[in-house]
Design a binder for this molecule. Sequence first.
Ligand code: ADP
Length: 497
Amino acid sequence: MTDQENGKRFFSLKLKWALGTSIGSFIIFSIVVMAMFSAFTQNLLSSERRLINTGMDNISRQLSNTDMVLTKQRISNIINPPSQGDFNDGVDFKRPIIQELSDNHLIVNVYTPKHQLVFSTGKRLVKPTFTNQRSVKMTEGPKHKIIAGLMPIYSRHNHHLLIGYLQVENDLNAYMASYHQIQLVCFFAMCLVILASGLLGYFLSMFLLRPLGDIHDTVKAISKDPTKNIRVPKVERCDELAELTDMFNEMLDRMQRYIDQQTQFVGDVSHELRTPVAIIQGHLEMLQRWGKDDPKVLDESLNAALVETKRMKNLVQEMLDLSRAGQVDLNFRNEQTVVNDVVHQVYNNFKMLYPEFTFTLDDDLHSAITANIYRDHLEQVLVILCDNAVKYSTDRKEVHMSLSRGMNTVEIGIQDFGEGISPENVQRVFDRFYRVDKARSRKKGGNGLGLSIAKRLIEGYHGSITLESSLGAGSLFRIILPIVKTAPKNQSDKSIK
Ligand code: ADP
């Protein structure tokens, strides 16, 4: 069921990534910018405050130089004192201090002790609240916030004589202009950062997630047509997605092999079953036409049909064994068997079953050796190999069995001196339904499954089975199984059926 069918909207990973990086950079950038912005504006504001304070100090010092209440005339005299003839390198050194401050966007107002405005360097911004304390604070101005300082002026000659009030206002126009300018710059920088990080995140994710897109396309193509032999293009990188792509391709290869094996198996099985079914059908048709009244034909046909039915039964059993042999690792993982016992048992049974054969057992083991294998399976493998040794022996009716020990392994050998197998067939005899001489093997009742069952069983227990053979001289099959050091358990006492 897709997300759309689930009622969820598809939201691309690339967009999520882009959105994530944008939000992330927005948050980080906002914090940094806010910190910088507030530090910068605080700094600006403090210098404006400092300016007011210095101004108030300077002006009050000038104005307090009298012991009379401040009037317009007196202030005018203080601001523009008559030339005192101070010369400094020939330059007239007059300093109209209040005028100088007013140039620096400060508005200076002087009030009488009775709160009458007697002097102002500009349009007053706020009405002061008169107190006998010096105060410098931010208040709401006509357009925006301003800083206003107010202080009483006492005569320098008589410290208790209040001669007026001084109000200095800073309209903060320059500060506000800088404030808005920085705000604008930050806003554009923020937009740029969000856009750039979003785009970067999008393109980066597009590049990084490309293998996911390829995997998606491959899965889609395979689900449309499971027989399609396509793979995800190789990723020339070394990261998680490259690993995932490789693993995915390996999984597809395994699946493909499995499908091929299944198809091949069904083909092989139907091919194998076709012959006995055709033989039984032929005999039954013959019986239907002529054989009902001819006891000889009737007898022959019934016998042939019975042989073929038995063969089919064997074939079905062997196919079942083969499919079960593939799962021993799962179902019989903890089984242990004393190898000596099983080999001796099979050897004795075959000696009894085929008295015309000479069976020899060369046992080099001096103690009981336990291998990690289910007893019935080891017995089944030995029976397959001994059966073949008997089946494919020619004039020299001898079968040699051997038992020996490697470092951590036990080795069982089964050798015959029969027809042997040519080098090109040595590997193929372990394939399913493979018979060197199909007709001859069929006559001997073989289905070509024995060795593949044996190989699957032994390999299922982490062992190996090898074959050395020479045409006309005989064959030697070797089974190698890992030894278990612990004591055996669940010894079953089954013999060959
Ligand atoms: P089958 O049931 O036909 O014997 P196997 O899988 O046991 O099937 O063996 C596959 C083929 O390998 C046989 O058909 C036979 O041609 C060849 N083969 C197996 N064992 C021997 C042997 N000991 N000597 C010669 N040929 C053998």
